[in-house]
Design a protein around this ligand. Structure first.
Ligand SMILES: O=C(O)CCC(=O)C(=O)O
Length: 283
């Protein structure tokens, strides 16, 4: 029988004695509840083949949120490969939730380590519930009712290197941007969370440039406090699954001379949450 070990008061738990290759509907239901409670779950020693990884993803919900800038695995199109060769500049060393620049960001992501550096390459997650709950009440009141624009941020760099300004305009034309309340609500638990990220939030609607920039910088500093975080040291075969609503993550880019390879399955839609009826904010 599996069990759960919590990792920090803010978020994160390791699920012990579980084999995700044998996961069935009952385990999927249980992991869903655990995910709602702990926000990010870690499973050691899984070593899922691409089709097993995608099958576990399907147990958690509907797959399909493809990222515009990553390649997929030759054996399974639902598995994205993040392969950072020695000397590469990994692009996830910034706090972000996945694809908040779209109007339908994925519900969850499931990441498995394939090749890890001997040391370094950890990933951190932060609980945006924790950030919200510990905001100064006056600041929280000021933020209620404000919304902010999320856009692809540094994903501009690739198209710019390839095609200059036209590349950026094409990216913004196809991928676009999305507006979210700064205090958003989790669509299933209903809990409020802070929904701005250093990677993707560019502008607070209705404010002038200096006020918007100052307010966002202050929020990014708060998100960056260890009080809200958990940190994973990867081993090959470790799987992490996070709820993309109410968390952010940061992949530390400190392993310059080594290769790091991850497989990721994005779960686009939360089927169980939909069945319960959404409580959250409209996009
Ligand atoms: O490589 C990692 O640890 C995280 C990658 C990431 O940011 C993502 O999958 O969204």
């Amino acid at each position: 029988m599996w069990s759960i070990e919590r990792l920090t008061p803010a978020l994160g738990a390791t699920v012990i004695d579980v084999d995700l290759r044998r996961a069935d509907q009952a385990l999927g239901d249980a992991m869903y509840e655990a995910l709602l409670e702990h926000q990010v779950l870690f499973f050691e020693n899984q070593h899922l083949a691409p089709h097993e990884h995608a099958a576990f993803g399907r147990l958690m919900g509907e797959l399909g949120a493809r990222h515009h800038s990553y390649v997929t695995h030759p054996d399974d199109d639902d598995v994205v490969v993040l392969d950072w060769e020695p000397g590469a500049r990994p692009d996830a060393a910034e706090w972000h939730s996945d694809m908040t620049f779209t109007t339908e960001p994925p519900f969850a992501s499931i990441l498995q380590a394939q090749v890890v550096p001997p040391v370094g390459g950890d990933t951190l997650w932060a609980s945006m519930y924790s950030v919200h709950d510990r905001l100064d009440p006056g600041l929280r009141r000021d933020l209620e009712g404000l919304s902010a624009v999320h856009d692809p941020g540094a994903f501009r760099n690739g198209p710019y290197a390839e095609r200059g300004n036209d590349g950026i305009n094409e990216l913004l034309g196809t991928v676009g941007s999305a507006v979210w309340p700064i205090i958003s609500h989790h669509p299933v638990t209903g809990r409020p969370y802070v929904n701005v990220s250093e990677s993707n939030t560019r502008w607070i609607i209705g404010l002038g440039a200096p006020e918007s920039a100052r307010m966002l910088t202050m929020l990014f500093d708060i998100i960056n406090r260890p009080d809200h975080q958990v940190r994973l040291r990867w081993r090959e075969g470790t799987v992490a699954m996070w709820d993309n609503r109410g968390t952010q993550h940061y992949a530390v880019s400190d392993y310059a001379e080594y290769r790091r390879v991850m497989h990721r399955v994005a779960v686009a839609r939360d089927v169980r949450g939909r069945a319960r009826g959404h409580l959250g904010d409209p996009a």
